[in-house]
Design a protein around this ligand. Structure first.
Ligand code: SF4
Ligand code: MG
Length: 329
């Protein structure tokens, strides 16, 4: 299957007062139609910037794509005019953010805001747009959609507001939905419900779904494949089962060990020592080396580990010189 979305060798830089921050440093991944890809990593690893680069909304603070391609159905989005880009963003690739409250306008009802999308992009009448808004609220499982459509954002709970945001993103039937930390602001029960909803909608609509998260615990049941990012690179890429059962990169392994487990209640979890690097000052060699339990001399020397093929069937890669040792344990 040809990929729906393919990101190759993506580099993004930010000019900061401390120098050039290399937020994305050669990221590669792809998404097939009807597939769910999770992009995983701690904050500051480049996940959100990658999403913003795909959406073409890299502008605060000034960020630039300096190299690479973002192909959607074979067309490099980076070569399109701003106008063409806007059309892709409106109709093909949609995104939802962590903070649903600030993304909704407090002075209009959710029905009006949803209806606005149909009036503007589909030229619908006010009443037809409202009808579609009700249908969408219903599809994202908001109870009593017919009456809730006239409520204001503050009248919804956090979880229900996130459902409204999902409805908004789905309004124009995108082929790709990018969800950036969609459940982080919610409590655990609601998180699971929203993840379940996204999984259902992905299946019903056969959409490509990209789930961006720092929490390995929330995507295990939902994702088909996982790309793990560290310091602006994809350091491991594999089908979800393989990642959880036999991680090939020490960073993935450390992330797995830090998932809270129900049967370990009250016990100290292992957290990864240290912090991700400051992006204006990424360590030489493998960027993970100061935190890595497997690190040795070769890891502290440039160039950074290349993309090693871990296996062909299933397709797996890892950027670690010693992936065989890591996976063998
Ligand atoms: Fe650790 Fe070295 Fe592998 Fe980097 S290359 S993850 S430092 S073992
Ligand atoms: Mg983020």
């Amino acid at each position: 299957r040809a990929p729906l979305l393919e990101v190759s060798d993506l580099h993004v830089e930010f000019r900061t007062q401390y120098g050039v921050a290399k937020a994305i440093n050669g990221a590669n991944f792809w998404l097939s139609a009807g597939e769910t890809l999770a992009i995983l990593g701690e904050s500051g690893c480049g996940k959100s910037v990658t999403a913003q680069a795909i959406m073409g909304i890299l502008d605060t603070p000034p960020g630039y794509v300096t190299q690479g391609q973002i192909k959607y159905r074979g067309v490099d989005l980076l070569k399109l005019s701003e106008n063409e880009r806007r059309k892709v963003r409106a109709n093909r690739i949609a995104m939802i953010f962590q903070d649903a409250l600030s993304a909704l306008n407090p002075v209009y009802t959710v029905g009006f805001q949803l209806g606005e999308v149909f009036r503007k992009h589909r030229g619908m009448s006010r009443s037809a747009a409202k009808q579609r808004a009700i249908e969408l609220l219903d599809q994202v499982k908001i109870p009593a959609a017919r009456t809730r459509v006239d409520d204001y954002p503050h009248q919804f709970s956090g979880g229900m507001r996130q459902r409204v945001m999902i409805a908004m993103a789905l309004a124009l039937d995108p082929e790709v939905l990018i969800a950036d930390e969609p459940t982080t602001a919610l409590d655990v029960t609601v998180q699971a419900q929203i993840m379940g909803l996204l999984a259902d909608l992905q299946r019903e609509r056969n959409m490509g779904l990209i789930l961006i998260t720092h929490d390995m615990g929330v995507v295990a049941d939902v994702a088909d494949r996982i790309s793990v990012m560290y310091a602006g690179r994809v350091v491991e890429e594999a089908p979800v089962y393989d990642i959880y059962s036999r991680p090939a990169h020490p960073y993935t392994r450390a992330l797995l060990e830090s998932i809270p487990r129900l049967d370990m209640k009250g016990q100290q979890l292992s957290v990864i020592r240290g912090l991700p690097p400051v992006l204006t000052d990424v360590p030489k060699g493998c960027a993970f080396n100061p935190r890595c339990a497997y690190a040795r001399d070769a890891c502290r020397q440039d160039p950074a580990p290349p993309v090693y093929q871990v296996s062909q069937q299933p397709h797996r890669t890892a950027r670690c010189h010693f992936f065989r040792e890591v996976i063998g344990e």
